[in-house]
Design a protein around this ligand. Structure first.
Ligand SMILES: O=C(O)C(=O)[C@H](O)COP(=O)(O)O
Ligand SMILES: N[C@@H](CCC(=O)O)C(=O)O
Length: 352
């Protein structure tokens, strides 16, 4: 069965070999305070930066998941208020979690088809962090890079935090335009779940230092002390870090992946538009995601399409949140092989 679920998703076929290597090299039993670990961790972070084009002065941290990053941002980089703009379920959840820590966290929903009109977004003067979901996995929308750059220009004094859970390592991102970026490896990295990444600007680090929060194992400053030695405060997913290192070593530079993702996204959007029975969930072309393609239908249609796809050996991604039963999603992640993409493109017009 070829899976097009947007997370956990298709892993790179080489992952089988990499897992065996990790076992044979004894890495699964090494201490995370050892020199062997430090070297592997340093190399992995170097590769994240070089392959994904992360600015040299940004710091990369390991976390357990994207969800943990919501907590870290609220707990260690915000003292009272963050401002959240979202159109879908994951942006909304982030706001809900932030509110549990800071009741003043404000949230604004915009429509799925709205072009992120950042100039009209009202941010309270006392708000410290602007939080956006660059790629909203639940509805297949994305905030274009130019909007993030504009947001930076409009709010030079605020921290900007960007959820790129389902686009990190799938498209090129404008890292310099924001302070905090995070994602999980079970999406575009084509890896098994259980590892998150948090990528921060020097300004984010300065802000954490001025706040001084150190009350938790995952307090940003505790993580910073550790990552200076290439380590983590708790025992990390050593296998996950090794697999990440190996995938990064073998993958092309993000500029190449970006071109492939965008070409495949175009092919999917064209195929859905040309298919007699299918409709795209996102009508506004300018905000359609490059990495998650969402197709809508009635509950009955979606169920029938998923069954027909299964019969053809294809697992379509389920809908999520309010779109759970009335959409399916296609993960356009780099680990999907050309023949698998071709099989789905061939199937789409046949769904009835
Ligand atoms: O697309 C997303 O966003 C998600 O699926 C989740 O937020 C992933 O978060 P974690 O499971 O990695 O915490
Ligand atoms: N992380 C999601 C699954 C991913 C998705 O379906 O977008 C969850 O909590 O269920």
């Amino acid at each position: 069965m070829i899976t097009f679920f947007p997370g956990p998703s298709r892993v790179y076929p080489q992952v089988a070999t990499f897992m065996q290597e990790a076992f044979e090299q004894g890495l699964l039993s090494i201490s995370h305070r050892s020199e062997t670990f430090n070297q592997m961790s340093e190399k992995t972070i170097g590769l994240v930066k070089s392959k994904l084009n992360v600015p040299a002065d940004y710091t990369v941290f390991y976390t357990s998941s994207a969800t943990e990053n919501w907590e870290i941002i609220a707990q260690s980089l915000t003292t009272q208020q963050s401002t959240h703009f979202y159109s879908g379920a994951f942006g909304e959840k982030w706001h809900e979690y932030a509110r549990k820590i800071h009741s003043q966290a404000e949230g604004f929903r915009f429509d799925t088809n709205d072009h992120a009109d950042v100039a009209s977004w009202q941010v309270a003067p006392e708000s410290e962090v602007i939080c956006i979901t660059q790629n909203e996995t639940s509805n297949g929308t994305q905030i274009p890079a130019a909007s993030i750059e504009k947001l930076r220009e409009l709010h030079p004094e605020k921290l900007i935090a960007v959820d790129v859970t389902s686009s990190l390592a799938g498209i090129a991102l404008p890292f310099a335009a924001a302070d905090i970026w995070y994602g999980s490896v079970q999406k575009c990295f084509g890896l098994p779940a259980g590892l998150g990444l948090l990528i921060c600007s020097p300004r984010a680090i300065e802000r954490a230092q001025s706040i001084g929060e150190r009350g938790h194992y995952n307090s940003f400053l505790v993580m910073l002390d550790n990552i200076k030695k290439w380590q983590t405060s708790c025992t990390p997913n050593v296998l996950g870090i090794y697999l990440l290192m190996r995938v990064l070593e073998t993958m092309p530079h993000i500029s190449e992946i970006d071109a492939q993702t965008k070409a495949r996204a175009c092919a999917y959007y064209e195929a859905v538009q040309a298919a007699q029975n299918l409709s795209l969930l996102v009508e506004n072309e300018a905000v359609r995601s490059d990495t998650v393609v969402a197709v809508k239908g009635t509950k009955e249609q979606v169920a029938a399409w998923k069954t027909q796809a299964k019969q053809a050996g294809i697992l379509l991604g389920a809908g999520y949140g309010s779109w759970k039963e009335t959409s399916f999603r296609i993960a356009n992640f780099p680990a999907l092989q050309p023949a698998e993409v071709a099989a789905l493109l061939d199937l789409l017009p046949k769904l009835s």
